[in-house]
Design a protein around this ligand. Sequence first.
Ligand code: BG6
Length: 475
Amino acid sequence: MANKGFRKDFLWGGATAANQMEGAYNEGGKGLTIADISPGGKQRMPLMFSGMPLEIDESKYTYPNHKGIDFYHRYKEDIALFAEMGFKTFRMSISWARIFPKGNETEPNEAGLAYYENVIDELLKHGIEPTITISHYETPLHLVKEYGGWKNKELIGFFEKYARTILERFGKKVTYWMTFNEINTGLMGSFFSTAMREATEQENYQALHNQFVASSLATKIAKEVNPEIQMGCMSIYATMYSYDSDPVNVQATQTKNRMFNYFCNDLQVRGEYPSYALAYFAEKGIEVEMTEEELETIRNYTVDYLSFSYYMSATLSVSPEHQDEKSQGNFFGGVKNPFLQASDWGWEIDPIGLRVALSDLYGRYGVPLYISENGLGAVDTPDENYVINDDYRIDYLEKHMAEMKKAVVLDGVDLMAYTPWGCIDLVSASTGEMSKRYGFIYVDLDDEGNGDMSRHKKKSFDWYKEIIATNGETI
Ligand code: BG6
């Protein structure tokens, strides 16, 4: 029977990450993570791709993640607001370094476990199911300094222990989990993803392989702890268009698309290295160290659902005459799409691209899909009473939701969840700014750290509440 709308048990909610909201970076026995040494401002993105300094240097940089939005101390107030909006789920991450401060200790830090236990219990008390990302750009710094990040196979064992610790502790009360956030950013050598300061292409693929094994081991543990657990993978999806119908561009787009949008999902959902990747390795002389046992683990412990973040599409061309106008903010190497408007940060807004993404992924993999991030980063200007009429955000989200609904109703996609990014304003991952806001809830804090951190509902707060209450019927 055809779907009339979203599933009855559809998980409406919001998404966050520990390092971007908790603050308290050195409290409760927590160790430093890669996010803690990443400076705020425009320099962050270039440093993320080559040579991030590994020490905190307050004489030179600011570190907005250190205090985040102080969710660590204010989580009860924030969760009450999420409950008021009617959230069914709240996507959060556990910071590895709160549990194992250096990443490789033999015993976990009980204060860290107790903190997350309290947060989870608070969510459950309000009827909100947590969705937990095990690793969201938060590898402990010590593992970078001593082991060189994810290219080192020793990290698999450290991660396995961390995953076992939190799954054994929380796996009976938390059903939805994800292993690595935006794992495919590792293809581009993102420091946040692979915790490697500088890397060759071979090292990027080695790091990814090690994460595939680690992810599968976490899935194995999850099923042992509680067979009801639903484990997901998580990657960025950018719908890719050829700039024109020149077959040369169409073919180049196909190549880019399968490596960026499919490669990691092929491993994590299908459990096999795809033939196009093996051909690419052979052609480039890339030799990824992989054992038969690791490949068997990847094959045997695939994920239950596929989650992805979707912010923009990418338009590609290899023709020299199209290279003049690069799409700003598009790190996929795309050119400007003449049909799309961009956000203030240059991210091209493309709601129809989300329908294409959903249809494409469901057609290829046939597992339930979870949109774990989507949203508009924008400047909000409150008046003296903190009134914020963020119609631009409502417009963005409404258009994306309408396309989601078409994907469900007209294309037959099994969509299980939608958690817009930064449901409460938090620190931006790419720039460390507070001024790039996504939330339904405004936090009084600016880029320089001024503000009393008070929370205020934006216009979109009540709008989203209504969407959830009617299970999207009004879209
Ligand atoms: C995703 C990340 O890339 O996009 C989040 O998973 C991030 O951590 C989000 O915050 C939005 O990006 P930004 O740079 O605007 O914060």
